[in-house]
Design a protein around this ligand. Structure first.
Ligand SMILES: *Cc1c(COP(=O)(O)O)cnc(C)c1O
Length: 229
């Protein structure tokens, strides 16, 4: 792609504004495998958040670096990395089990914003909680007094190389997840305001916007294709 990162970020922001005007939908720049300079260019161009997948990569890139926007962990958190993750990230978006919630809760001194990760397509190959378990999980999440569930992050099957029928299914799954998020939000749990829904990547973000997401997570659309995940 010949266009600059700045140009691509602006194009996405315009797309958000066209589809969901004045709603404050946030663009997360997913910066795995990218340099700090590339990521900061995206931030200067208007990206609202940075998402990293790996604790160690994020540490090398972001420890004591002024970013100007919040840094989120969107990849799986291993319990032996909990301490580093708490020190580095503004929000941990990948809570998908009691185990990781307990590990964080024990280490956090005051309060940490986190998000519940949902496996929107119920795929065996993906992390995230089964949508059918979400409500029950949230009901009892108040016992982790150091965690504040500020949102839900959802993953979906890839749309690449799928038939029209399969694409339609993914679109429907996003709508269902949007409804699940709103239902849980309406429960009004003090420990789970769930202000944000994070879904939609490069190939499906317009569907996510249509389904009511408040954060889209883009890597390829901003930085070009990656050589590895
Ligand atoms: C890599 C990644 C993204 C961004 O994917 P693109 O298709 O490059 O936009 C979003 N969310 C998660 C959890 C990711 O791992």
């Amino acid at each position: 792609m010949s266009e600059s990162i700045t140009g691509r970020v602006r194009a996405v922001l315009e797309r958000i504004e066209a589809l969901r005007p004045a709603e404050g939908v946030k663009l997360m720049a997913v910066t795995k495998t990218r340099t700090r300079e590339e990521a900061l260019e995206a931030v200067r161009a208007g990206a609202h958040l940075i998402g990293e997948n790996k604790v160690q990569e994020a540490q090398e890139k972001w420890a004591s670096v002024e970013r100007g926007v919040p840094l989120h962990l969107i990849g799986h958190l291993q319990t032996n990395k909990v301490k580093y993750a708490i020190d580095l990230f503004d929000c941990i978006d990948s809570i998908d089990s009691d185990r990781v919630a307990v590990a964080l809760d024990q280490r956090v001194a005051d309060r940490l914003p986190v998000m519940l990760e949902v496996n929107g397509g119920r795929e065996d190959s993906k992390t995230g909680m089964d949508p059918g378990r979400v409500r029950q999980f949230l009901e009892q999440a108040g016992r982790w007094t150091h965690l504040q569930f500020t949102g839900m992050m959802a993953l979906f099957p890839t749309t690449v190389g799928t038939t029209l029928d399969e694409k339609k299914k993914i679109r429907d799954l996003m709508k269902e997840t949007g409804e699940l998020w709103r239902t849980c939000q309406q429960e009004g749990f003090p420990w789970a305001p769930l202000d944000d829904l994070s879904m939609g990547m490069t190939d499906d973000y317009e569907w996510a916007l249509e389904a009511g997401t408040t954060i889209i997570r883009l890597g390829t659309a901003l930085f070009g294709s990656r050589n590895y995940l």
